[in-house]
Design a protein around this ligand. Structure first.
Ligand SMILES: [Zn+2]
Length: 356
């Protein structure tokens, strides 16, 4: 079953509103409505690959079944989950093996989708940073297997999305009007003792890739692809102006203006994965239109209490009597709220984006 992102988003927003309107937004008894765009899976072959190559992902379950996802989805009011893989991806320096794993994962996911009509879709795994192999796999997954889009890790073997070598892939994804799901990876470089990479590093990894996609001009040159950033976009919604000003063009660095970069950053989609709390959601709604916020859980990663806490936070935020969480006018770069919880109150807010 193949989905289009805009249909996802319409259903997503409707699902929030329907659950909010049910009078019991936190109830798990509500009929399944949500579409989970950030939902991880393993194939048996990939699980074995991780055991021999993946090193430190001891926190991942050793196997996955569609039934385990379906049980979680049914208990969480999720009608459909779009499957993708998680950190550390599948490239460990062996190109042929990475390509083989990508093909096996994509065929496995397509089989799951066919076996459970309407409950699953998938974002295709690609063997980045090999651009040519990724182009070939994207074509196969999208054309032959009916993938809903592609998953790209923010960096693969220290090569970031937005670097010049990745441009042919983005040009092709733009030509296809593809959905591009960007997932963080482990940060290149040494780990900080005592700091869980899931706490801060992955947010920086997403921020690095998103920033490079904007400063490189990719987001401006390829406006037809729909790009989803994980975990509320890392720092992007909250530091967009700071990022743009720090990246602004100069004689030595001709590129987009700061204003244009902020506008390009507002064209990302942002998922709510592990980000369902009033502080993050208020900041997100201050930055972007509610229709660019997608629902995600990070199922399979972490423990269920972590996932549930985020979803409960979403329910509490969107369900607190706010049926129209944000009334945003993207055309003129202003954001006006409806005055309720979750809405940015915003007369003059757009002035923040007039950069010099
Ligand atoms: Zn994830």
């Amino acid at each position: 079953m193949r989905f289009l992102l805009r249909a996802f988003l319409a259903a997503l927003l409707a699902s929030h509103l329907l659950l909010a309107a049910s009078g019991d937004p936190t109830s798990k008894q509500a009929s399944p409505q949500r579409i989970d765009l950030h939902h991880h899976f393993l194939s048996p072959s990939y699980a074995a690959y991780l055991r021999t190559h993946g090193g430190n992902r001891t926190d991942l379950p050793q196997n996955w079944t569609a039934e385990s996802s379906l049980a979680y989805m049914d208990a969480s009011g999720i009608s459909t989950a779009i499957l993708s893989i998680t950190i550390p991806g599948l490239d460990f320096g062996e190109l042929q093996e990475a390509s083989r794993q990508a093909r096996e994962l994509n065929k496995f996911a397509a089989k799951v989708v066919r076996a459970h009509a309407g409950r699953f879709g998938f974002f295709a795994a690609l063997p980045m940073p090999d651009v040519n192999a990724s182009l070939a796999e994207a074509a196969y997954a999208l054309d032959t297997l009916g993938a809903d889009g592609v998953e790209l890790f923010a960096n693969s073997r220290s090569v970031y999305l937005g670097e010049p070598a990745s441009e042919p892939l983005f040009a092709e994804l733009n030509r296809r009007r593809a959905v591009v799901f960007i997932h963080p990876n482990q940060l290149p470089g040494p780990k900080v003792p005592g700091l869980k990479y899931g706490a801060a590093d992955i947010l920086l990894d997403t921020t690095r890739a998103a920033t490079l996609l904007v400063t490189s001009g990719f987001m401006a040159r390829y406006p037809n692809m729909s790009v989803i950033l994980s975990h509320a976009g890392g720092s992007v919604p909250f530091q967009a102006v700071r990022i743009a000003r720090a990246s602004a063009r100069s004689a030595a660095n001709p590129g987009p203006s700061a204003d244009d970069m902020v506008a390009d950053m507002r064209r990302f989609y942002f998922d709510t994965t592990l980000s369902g709390n009033k502080y993050t959601l208020k900041g997100l709604l201050a930055f972007t239109n509610a229709s660019r916020i997608t629902f995600g859980t990070d199922f399979l990663f972490g423990n269920s209490s972590l996932l549930d806490a985020s979803t409960r936070g979403l329910d509490a935020f969107f369900g607190a009597g706010v049926n129209n969480a944000c009334n945003c006018a993207e055309e003129n770069n202003t954001v006006t709220g409806t005055g309720g919880t979750g809405a940015s109150s915003g007369s003059g807010f757009g002035q923040l984006w007039v950069l010099s």
